[in-house]
Every structure is written in structure tokens, then in C-alpha cells.
Design a protein around this ligand. Structure first.
Ligand SMILES: NC(=O)c1ccc[n+]([C@@H]2O[C@H](COP(=O)([O-])OP(=O)(O)OC[C@H]3O[C@@H](n4cnc5c(N)ncnc54)[C@H](OP(=O)(O)O)[C@@H]3O)[C@@H](O)[C@H]2O)c1
Length: 300
């Protein structure tokens, strides 16, 4: 039977496998969600400057009574802040009301987090004189400041990761690549590439996000019913048994608690194979709205 364990990153730090997602949580919801999650046993919270909820996340952490050192806290640099990495982290720390974050990811805009260095004066433009390699050069200075314990990336495909890793200025391999992963966007090549570089994959939109089509998928529904588990628990277990950490978002106390009940059972190989063989494909976060192309179809 599976016992949900932390994963050791290439830095030696241990990231808890189940984190609470906070994107699209409405104002006045997320502070309670964070508090409930920590009281239910979660020790990992995922937020971002771009979600506009870092202050509430900080309130939830303090209200929970759980010590800061016990919690893994991830936040993200926003796209229009690529030239202002130090200011970006200072802004996040101030809003969160903490001295450090456990993981700082490049980068974001509006709602998702991308290798796109956007001009703050015109978000439809990419800087002509700056790209994510420059941003990474600045991010690499952060662990020495004590403000950030680990650095990583988000939404990097194989092509962009290769560019980053091959650049002579790249001294620190990202500890994590946070990417969209669920049975309708399994990205096997990208996951394998991450692993080959000792980069941990964290699964976002791991339930398929808001109004997830996976909740109405006949195969998933039948599997969950037969298993006596919720659809969401089965989807989370699919990622966990493949070695990825997960970030289920909910603002409902009951769902937050149930999403965390993943210890002591597991999917059989046959059940994993059934989820692997789903034919549907969708991506919650595409790149059509970005000034640069991010996805190159190299992850299937
Ligand atoms: N790096 C990036 O670019 C990026 C992009 C997207 C997301 N993320 C991170 O990943 C996290 C998760 O992704 P996500 O927010 O897209 O969605 P998700 O976690 O895949 O799905 C969340 C949706 O499922 C519902 N839900 C959760 N548990 C449920 C349950 N047990 N029963 C029924 N419905 C349930 C939630 O509704 P309720 O809240 O009403 O329960 C919400 O509508 C985000 O919150 C964010 O922290 C990162």
C-alpha cells in the first residue's frame, strides 16, 4: 500500500508530495482554505504573485498555528518582473509576511507561469533584450540571500529547458519544473526529460482545473466507483504513483480534507494503465495569449 512520502530534490531539500493549489480562489476564500489545509495535515502551499492572494495565504498560515519551518511554501516570479527579480521576491515575502520561501519559480503572467519575459509597459510584448536565461542568471543569486531555499521553473518544455541548461551561465539546475499534468495531458517525454536532468516534476491542474472534463469521463468515474474512492483521489494517486508532487486546489473544507486522504491505498498497475490509455486531450493553460511561443509539442 502506498505511503505518501516527500521527494528529495537535487538540492537535498524534501518537497511534500501534496500541496494546496490557490489559483482562482476568490478573495476571502483562500485564507480559510490554507488554514483548513494546514490543520488537515498539508505541509505544502502553492501561490504566486500573479494570483494576487499572497497576503491571504500568509494570513492562513499564521491562523493555522503550524510553524513556518514545518511548511513548504512555493511562490512565483511574475512575467513582467523578469528584469526585477530581487524586487519580485521582496514583494512576495512582504505580502506573505515570511522571511523566506522554500521554492521560487520563474515566472508568471496573469494566471500561469511561463518562460516569457514580458514588458511591464505592454504585456503583449516580449523584451527584445532579455530572455529567461537572463532571468535565471538573476534567480541563481537568490539562495545565497536566504530569501529563497530552492529555485525552479514552470511551463518549461524540452526545447526551453535544453536552452537553459546548455547556457554557460546556468550553474544551478532547476530543482523543479511545475507543469500541467493529468491523464488528458500526460506529457510523457517532458516528464522523462525532467527526470533525466534530475529535475522534479510537480503537477499543476492535476485534477483538470475548474469544470474539469475528467470529472465526467466514464472510465475515470467507473474506476473511482469500483475503487471506493473519489474521482479526485484517483487522479491525484495517478500522478503520485508516477513520482510527481500534486497541487489540488479547493476552497471547500470537505474537499480539501478528502483530497489529502491518500495514504494507505494505491492504484493497481491495471488501473494506472487504464488512466494512461484515456484518449481525450486538453490543456488548461496554453500559450496563445503570450508574446512568445512556449510550447513546441515536444512533450508527447
Ligand atoms: N505554474 C502554473 O502555470 C500553474 C498553472 C495553473 C495552476 N497552477 C497551480 O496548480 C494548482 C492546481 O491547479 P488548478 O487550480 O488549475 O486546478 P485543479 O487543482 O486541477 O482543480 C481545481 C478544481 O477542482 C475542484 N475540486 C477540487 N477538489 C475537488 C473535489 N474533491 N471534488 C470536486 N471538485 C473538486 C475545485 O473546486 P473548489 O475549489 O470549488 O473545490 C476547482 O474547481 C493551482 O491552484 C495553482 O496553485 C500553476
Amino acid at each position: 500500500m502506498a505511503h505518501i512520502q516527500n521527494t528529495r530534490l537535487n538540492t537535498g531539500a524534501e518537497i511534500p508530495a501534496i500541496g494546496l493549489g490557490t489559483w482562482q480562489s476568490k478573495p476571502n476564500e483562500v485564507r480559510y482554505a490554507v488554514e483548513w489545509a494546514l490543520r488537515a495535515g498539508y505541509r505544502h502551499i502553492d501561490t504566486a504573485l500573479a494570483y494576487g492572494n499572497e497576503a491571504e495565504v500568509g494570513e492562513g498560515i499564521r491562523a493555522s498555528g503550524v510553524g513556518r519551518e514545518e511548511i513548504w511554501l512555493t511562490t512565483k516570479l511574475d512575467n513582467p518582473w523578469h528584469k526585477r527579480v530581487q524586487e519580485g521576491i521582496d514583494s512576495s515575502l512582504k505580502s506573505l509576511g515570511v522571511d523566506y520561501v522554500d521554492l521560487y519559480l520563474m515566472a508568471s503572467s496573469l494566471f500561469a507561469h511561463w518562460p516569457s519575459s514580458t514588458d511591464p509597459s505592454d504585456l503583449s510584448k516580449h523584451y527584445p533584450d532579455w530572455n529567461f536565461v537572463d532571468t535565471w542568471r538573476e534567480m541563481q543569486k537568490l539562495p545565497a540571500t536566504g530569501k529563497v531555499r530552492n529555485i525552479g521553473v514552470s511551463n518549461f518544455g524540452i526545447r526551453n529547458l535544453t536552452k537553459l541548461l546548455n547556457d554557460p551561465s546556468c550553474k544551478l539546475v532547476p530543482a523543479v519544473n511545475q507543469i500541467e499534468l493529468h491523464p488528458n495531458n500526460p506529457s510523457p517525454k517532458l516528464v522523462e526529460f525532467n527526470a533525466s536532468k534530475n529535475i522534479h516534476s510537480t503537477a499543476y491542474s492535476c485534477l483538470g482545473s475548474k469544470d474539469s472534463p475528467l470529472y465526467k469521463d466514464q472510465t475515470v468515474m467507473e474506476l473511482a466507483a469500483k475503487k471506493g474512492k473519489t474521482i479526485q483521489q484517483c487522479l491525484l494517486m495517478w500522478n503520485l504513483q508516477k513520482g510527481r508532487s500534486v497541487l489540488p486546489k479547493s476552497v471547500s473544507k470537505d474537499r480539501i480534507e478528502r483530497n489529502f486522504q491518500l495514504d494507505g491505498w494505491e492504484l493497481t498497475q491495471e488501473e494506472i494503465d487504464r488512466l494512461d490509455s484515456l484518449k481525450g486531450r486538453f490543456k488548461v493553460c496554453g500559450d496563445a495569449w503570450l508574446p512568445v511561443k512556449v510550447f513546441f509539442g515536444d512533450d508527447e
